[in-house]
Ligand binder design. Sequence first.
Ligand code: ASP
Length: 448
Amino acid sequence: MKVVKFGGSSVANAEQISKIIDIVTADADRRIVVVSAPGKRNGSDTKVTDLLIALANKVLAGEDHEDALMDVVGRYAEIQLALDLPPDVVSTIEADLRGRIQGRGKNDLQFMDTMKASGEDNNAKVIAEAFTKAGHPAVYVNPGEAGMLLSDEFGNAEVLEESFGKLAALSENEKIIIFPGFFGSTKSGEVATFPRGGSDITGAILAAAVKADVYENFTDVDSVCAMDPRVIDNPPAIDCMTYREMRELAYAGFGVFHDEAIIPAVRAEIPICIKNTNNPSAPGTMVVPRREPEHGSVVGISSSAGFCAIYIDKYMMNREVGFGRRLLQILEEEDISFEHTPSGIDNMSIILRSDELGAKQERIVERFRAELQPDNIAVEHGLSLVMVVGEGMHYTPGMASKATGAFLQAGVNLEMINQGASEISMMFAVKDDDRIKAVQALGAAFFK
Ligand code: ASP
């Protein structure tokens, strides 16, 4: 059995919905279909979720919201007309939205979630009708009724463990299931949503619950690229990578998934396949629990700007018991998370995101001075991290020299190297100005 998820651009209009009907019905294993709200139809368009947020804000502000409501209804009316569905599809959606507004309770966050969730909820109902009309009987399933139970952190809810057992029963359904993504129900029956982009989470939860053979995530690219196409032309495609590789690449700027979104599928070891709605015969990119990589192979190179380093020197630091603990405790007390801490005999560097340090910088440096009594302390901003990632890098001699050789040739000055902490990646810190040059040099060295 396959759980299939279609993102906003894949269900943005009637043309896209017709494509997903073809995709789903081409493979009898595609039995559970998770859908987003209609997304952008073109570059300058607005997603239905954003229209709904605008509508909810108008209601909350006590402003006239009639036009905003009709903007949302209009998106579904366009779909209904083009797919030749019964006109009452649209009046039902309008009545649903008015009902949600009228039923508004005291909790504004919960109201916002109810409105946001309507985007996927109504789209799933329309899509189920479209499948059935096309001769492929499909049923809409309501997440709350099916057992998608969430915490009551509105807008940022998390799935409750007991959901998995309840949702497992979905696998027994004979018809194709159309399941709205992005939301579920609290134990007291209120609608709650995951963070934005949360339909990916719904798909991963269902895949884990029904123990799917694969979780297919349809979007608008043929496959994940090994490097950012904005940085180099025609980067190679990734056929297969492991969860760990994906996480390391996502860490430094890879926009495949929000890595937290797929945790349920990762825990259940469900393979994930990223595919293109507009070109479904392309094999896509598989993300799997483990694989036998080629020795010395690199799967991807990613980079991200906006980091800073705090360098601390103290003679005989290595003998000072508790130095590291005191340093990290200061960060904890200041509620700052750090990224890396490469260290030497008499020095320690802490790499942080610049916006994490922000206005706290002066106070932190003062506390480090007073409580750690270093010989020297310096803060450097404007750093980028560049990650070279691949399961096959482990214990392969020559990987670092290949990278540093490429930097040398390109005239990129290295601020820091971190290799060995992770078996499957090398991390380089370079100045922001050198980031693109660094990534291009590595691309030429590893993907020749
Ligand atoms: N429609 C929601 C959003 O735009 C959820 C999703 O598409 O995954 O964030």
